[in-house]
Design a protein around this ligand. Structure first.
Ligand code: PLP
Length: 416
């Protein structure tokens, strides 16, 4: 039956209890039982983000220029800190958005308008990307009437630059690479992609949405992270989410452009309506002021030292997960993770049967369909349950191995 509109008001105590009851069946994400959707760096960073968000709970970042000058300054400073982190040259610009999909959307729009106006290209346009690129490229392409050519990745799950080069034609406006890609957690060969972009006169967008705010700190603690940012001359735009491994509250992402003119191309300007000039650098109009303030506060709270400390903890934890998974008979990593995203499968039995076993034990399984595997973005939520996870994984793998002859394949489907 359809819910009716409430007749009278209710107090917070009643509402709080009702909401908690609704969420009783939720996955226990605080104990690391969700392999995606939520991220944790430190309790102190969480508190700072929460306080800052609440301080600017009502303000609207859309009004930054005319009313909320503090927020505007915070937004500009967050973008400048990102430009510094990603080694952008003088003249580069950036801004906040509400998420990775929106950051990618804005970069694709800027690129499309560059192709139209600077390169005098005519549609149909295409984007050439590895199979592992995020679905957000297809979402942007769908809205803007472009196509995405997805090329199989190499054995190590990184972009096959030769295959991508062969797919570039007169309609190609953009190459996309990920740092790292969501499915396998590895960084694409960005130097080669950048060289290809320059050679063929196309735009390279680096999708560092998931790992952008942690990869530089993995580098600084001595992990072998390949270059992926504006230090590479072929990189024209880059997206990086604050609300993932930047450990800031949702919704917050950043998008950066090597040339200020490129962001101009991404902007939307309109004044043929009653209220006059309307300009935004995002798809959204109204944006949560709290998310801008929280990003500013968390970046300042953690600083380089704080992010390096968390990077050290993440790296050690990921190593322990990887070692634990490799020690389970029949399981293997599809790719050696560059950061803390893992993807593993089984050659001799159905890995989705293992996922079913994990599901039954209260772990929401992350799945990949090609290659068939299990997937997790490990943040500091995942330290507390590590021993239990590995124990349950070993037990689930054993059952899947033993059952391989008698049982049919799992009916599970990979869902994001
Ligand atoms: C590599 C990558 N790009 C883009 C996105 C999209 O980000 P959002 O969900 O914030 O729109 C994600 C999300 O996980 C991602 O991992």
């Amino acid at each position: 039956m359809r819910k009716t509109f409430p007749k009278s008001g209710a107090d917070w105590t009643t509402l709080d209890a009702a909401m908690s009851e609704m969420s009783e069946g939720d996955v226990d994400w605080r104990q690391g039982r969700a392999p995606l959707y939520v991220f944790h760096g430190s309790d102190a960073a969480y508190d700072v983000g929460f306080q800052a968000f609440m301080k600017y709970f009502s303000e609207n970042a859309l009004g930054g220029r005319r009313a909320f000058f503090g927020l505007k300054r915070m937004e500009d400073e967050v973008a400048e800190m990102g430009l510094d982190l990603f080694q952008a040259p003088d003249g580069a610009v950036g801004n906040l958005t509400t998420g990775g999909s929106e950051s990618i959307f804005m970069a694709v729009k800027a690129c499309r308008d560059w192709a139209r106006t600077q390169k005098h290209m005519n549609a149909p346009f295409n984007i050439v990307a590895p199979f592992s690129a995020h679905a957000a490229f297809n979402k942007a392409a769908d809205v803007m009437d472009l196509t995405v050519r997805r090329l199989p990745t190499r054995e190590d799950c990184r972009a096959d630059v030769e295959a991508m080069a062969a797919a570039v034609d007169e309609g190609t406006i953009m190459l996309a690479g990920s740092a790292p890609c969501f499915p396998h957690g590895v960084i694409d060969p960005m130097q080669e992609l950048g060289d290809l972009a320059l050679e063929r006169g196309v735009w390279l967008h680096v999708d560092a949405c998931v790992g952008g705010y942690v990869a530089p700190f993995f580098q600084r603690i001595g992990r072998p992270i390949p270059g992926f940012d504006f230090a590479l001359p072929g990189v024209r735009s880059l997206s990086a989410d604050l609300h993932k491994f930047g450990f800031c509250p949702k919704p917050a992402s950043t998008v950066f452009y090597r040339f200020a003119e490129d962001r101009e191309r991404g902007l939307f300007h309109f004044d043929q309506w009653p209220n006059g000039q309307f300009s935004t650098a995002t798809l959204s109009g109204t944006r949560a002021g709290g998310a801008v303030a929280a990003a500013w506060a968390v970046l300042h709270h953690l600083g380089e030292a704080g992010y390096m400390e968390i990077a050290g903890q993440l790296a050690a934890m990921t190593d322990a997960y990887v070692a634990g998974i490799k020690a389970i008979d029949g399981l293997h990593l599809w790719a050696e993770p560059d950061l803390s995203i893992i993807n593993f499968g089984a050659r001799d039995f159905d890995i989705f049967k293992v996922a079913e076993g994990m599901d039954a034990r209260g772990w929401l399984p992350g799945l990949t369909q090609n290659p068939k595997g299990m997937h997790a973005m490990l943040s500091m939520f995942h330290e507390v349950g590590r021993a239990d996870y590995l124990q349950d994984l070993a037990a689930s793998a054993q059952i899947a191995r033993d059952a391989q002859d008698e049982s049919s394949a799992s009916n599970l489907k990979a869902v994001y």
